[in-house]
Write a protein that binds this ligand. Structure first.
Ligand SMILES: Cc1cc2nc3c(=O)[nH]c(=O)nc-3n(C[C@H](O)[C@H](O)[C@H](O)COP(=O)(O)O)c2cc1C
Length: 328
């Protein structure tokens, strides 16, 4: 494993990793790669692309995740994303929801590696930024040890050398998206075997990584780890990433500074029409496991949804956990 190349990211999560969430995560880690929620290529082409792709430049490095299975549409969407300033475009080959299946993209694409290769080829032809793929180890009746190597070989013959692999199958029939994130067993060895067969590819492990030490240990022979739910629920674990993964020295983030930055951010956003709750719903876990955490959560969840709520709610919630410093 080359230390420079090793990377750490927070997973794309619909309804969770919106721009407010990413801004918050960026306050905790300067260097982890952040991902948008999945946005369909069609939504970008035919919808309000500027709104859908909006992000704060301070979120960098940030990748957009696209959903789709139409090479020309994906290429157009990738170009829009590059022009908007994203530094990576990722293709979703892992999402099992019905809505996604009816468009025959997401995890359904695991059954059609040639089409994924076409999609990646079309996207890479029009952008300079890396085109990456996030996939499963397989779907339905597939035997991952047979089908995953074919998938990786076929897609890596196109201009894609980075695969983020969620180390479990997806069952397209019979399991809900939520069950598909928990029920099919994890198989980290399957992901490691892909790296052994393709040392030149960048292979990033995802799925069930509980905390940073677990993520680093399980991905030791790989090129990185991507963490989803654990990072969202207990975001402070990301505070160690810059030192442990990216070798940065310095004092690291401080919760008081993060709260101050959030107050400033919320002031600006609420002035421009963002409901406070759209921001505070992502920051509930900041003090997880610490005395006062319950007061922080309670103040945010009771006061932030009220009409006209502004940054003072975050200050009040912080006072509940950090003390007088945050008195209004
Ligand atoms: C609420 C939620 C939404 C998700 N949305 C997406 C998505 O838009 N695109 C995607 O590739 N994966 C999505 N996922 C899957 C995660 O990216 C990740 O692969 C999965 O949660 C396993 O990682 P974890 O065990 O670290 O959470 C979502 C997961 C959750 C919990």
């Amino acid at each position: 494993m080359s230390k420079q190349k090793y990377t750490f990211s927070v997973a794309p999560m619909m309804d969770w990793t919106d721009r407010h969430c990413r801004f918050f995560h960026r306050l905790i880690t300067r260097h982890a790669q952040l991902y948008t929620e999945m946005v369909t290529a069609r939504a970008l082409i035919y919808g309000d692309a500027a709104r859908l792709m909006r992000f704060d430049v301070r979120e960098h490095p940030v990748a957009i995740q696209l959903g789709g299975a139409e090479p020309l549409e994906l290429a157009r969407a990738a170009k829009l994303a590059e022009d908007a300033g994203y530094n990576e475009v990722n293709l979703n080959v892992g999402c099992p929801s019905d809505r996604v299946q009816s468009g025959a993209f997401g995890a359904a694409l695991m059954a059609n590696p040639a089409l994924v290769a076409d999609c990646v080829t079309a996207m890479a032809a029009v952008v300079q930024i890396p085109v990456t793929v996030k996939c499963r180890i397989g779907i339905d009746e597939q035997e991952p040890h047979e089908t995953l190597p074919v998938f990786i070989e076929t897609v890596s013959a196109a201009p894609c050398d980075t695969f983020i692999i969620h180390a479990r199958k997806a069952w397209l029939k019979g399991l809900s998206p939520k069950q598909n994130r928990n029920v099919p067993p994890l198989d980290y060895d399957m992901v490691r075997s892909i790296k052994m067969a393709h040392p030149d590819l960048t292979i990033i492990l995802n799925g069930g990584l509980r905390d940073v030490p677990h993520a680093l240990a399980q991905s030791e022979t790989l090129d990185g780890a991507m963490m989803g739910r654990a990072a969202y629920q207990t975001p402070w674990m990301l505070a160690k990433i810059d030192t442990l993964v990216f070798g940065k020295t310095g004092s690291g983030p401080v919760k008081e500074d993060i709260v101050a930055a959030l107050i400033e951010y919320a002031a600006h956003e609420t002035e421009n029409g963002t409901p406070l709750h759209a921001i505070t719903r992502h920051i509930m876990g900041l003090f997880a496991g610490q005395p006062g955490a319950r007061n922080w959560r309670r103040t945010l969840s009771e006061d932030a949804p009220r009409p006209g709520a502004g940054p003072e709610v975050i200050a009040k919630a912080a006072q509940a956990v950090l003390g007088e410093l945050w008195a209004a």
